[in-house]
Design a protein around this ligand. Structure first.
Ligand SMILES: [Fe+2]
Length: 409
């Protein structure tokens, strides 16, 4: 075997080893483990990824089997054979993940998407950074943290009643008020949201990373209004703080807490069930068992990991955050870090897992103010019911069929 091929195998082994550690860290962060232990695990991950390449080259390349210095791969031995096989499995896993990312189709119910970018730093003439935790990250070149995508998406939900055709909602998530990104950034994005009112506003967790920032709520989320209400759940970062205090403040500002429960909202004579799921960090699973079968169901779940339970609960639309789109996305490879049992599978975007359409927001910020090829976002969603349901409804009500929203403006 040529030394060039040996070098290639060493390179792939290092890549596979790194992949396995990242996969482990992603999955550990999906669990309700306290922040201190998570930090220790991340340090172990950092140390292992940095130390493994020189150790492998030295111990297997120039000592022991001397694979880079005249040794033979046929004399590898049990230990080093095991190490290379495990690392090889990491490479196979990476190939699968990249292929899945590249080949993922747009989900069938997503009918339309348009995006514009709000360049907050450009408007201010500077990046709105304060000397808080990780503020150096916010100064890095090419950081997209301060260019926010304002997305418009239209979803056609198979079970949506015609009376809800045209219903609009803002999906907001993961604002991570910490102090490193200044308050004026959030106020500017809030103004942009307020300029396009919606019927509902839904916030899916991770609002506060430092309790001092609770004072920022009146001029941000507290400013927003929606015709049929504002609904929220909290996330794991709120759990690290004082979640009951955060809840109380949001309630005072007119937001309705749907965590661990199901509420019914009457719109145009039709009832819409809205539930909230903060598990595995807080509360209990919302009980949809008493909701009539034909009633549409909306679920706010901080983590998209609850998707398969949502399918069993016959949820029509599930809104999630938590994964931030990975915050850093590499060309071809896509996202790398995503704190989920499913790794990067549901890092961001729309997914159709019948009968549930899952929308995962990339969120507006993060504990680490760094984004590459993964802009922060706020999303305005319009719901459509299938054309055949709309037409038959118009016929039965002796009104001309129209593609116009049934929801009155
Ligand atoms: Fe988050």
């Amino acid at each position: 075997m040529t030394s060039l091929l040996s070098l290639l195998i060493f390179g792939l082994a290092i890549l596979g080893h790194t992949t396995l550690w990242i996969s482990l860290v992603n999955r550990v962060h999906a669990r309700p483990i306290n922040e201190r232990w998570l930090r220790q695990i991340r340090h172990l991950h950092d140390l292992s990824i940095i130390a493994f390449p020189p150790l492998l080259v030295w111990l297997a390349g120039f000592q022991g089997p001397r694979l880079l210095n005249g040794g033979s791969w046929s004399d590898l031995g049990l230990f080093w054979g095991g190490v290379f096989i495990i690392c090889g499995l990491g490479c196979v896993w990476l190939t699968y993940v990249v292929a899945r990312h590249q080949l993922a189709p747009q989900p069938r119910p997503q009918r339309h998407q348009s995006t514009r970018v709000l360049d907050v730093a450009g408007e201010f003439g500077e990046r709105p950074i304060a000397p808080g935790p990780y503020h150096v990250l916010a100064t890095l070149p090419l950081n997209e943290q301060f260019t926010v995508e304002i997305s418009e998406k239209t979803f056609e939900l198979p079970r949506l009643p015609p009376a809800l055709h045209g219903l609009t909602l803002w999906h907001l998530s993961d604002w991570h008020l910490l102090g490193t990104i200044e308050r004026r950034y959030y106020e500017r994005v809030t103004a942009e949201i307020a300029a396009s009112p919606a019927d509902l506003i839904c916030f899916t967790g991770d609002l506060i990373d430092r309790m001092e920032c609770l004072d920022w709520l009146p001029s941000t989320l507290g400013r927003l209004t929606a015709r049929f209400g504002k609904f929220f759940i909290l996330g794991n970062h709120d759990w690290y703080q004082h979640p009951e205090t955060i809840r109380d403040r949001l309630r005072q500002l007119g937001w309705q807490d749907v965590a661990s429960q199901v509420r019914t909202l009457s719109i145009n004579g039709v009832e819409l069930a809205i539930g909230g799921d903060e598990t595995p960090w807080m509360g209990t699973v919302p009980d949809f068992s008493l909701v009539p079968e034909e009633q549409p169901r909306l679920l706010l779940s901080h983590t998209p990991d609850n998707i398969h339970r949502a399918q069993r609960q016959q949820i029509d639309l599930m809104l999630s955050g938590h994964n931030h789109g990975g915050q850093i996305q590499l060309p071809i490879v896509g996202p790398i870090y995503s704190p989920s049992r499913y790794g990067c599978k549901f890092s961001a975007g729309s997914f159709w897992l019948k009968p549930t359409l899952l929308h995962v927001s990339r969120g507006l910020a993060g504990q680490h103010p760094l984004r590459w090829h993964c802009r922060p976002e706020v999303t305005r969603i319009t719901l459509h019911c299938p054309a055949d349901r709309l037409i038959s409804n118009h016929r039965s009500s002796a009104q001309p069929a129209s593609s116009q929203p049934v929801i009155a403006r």
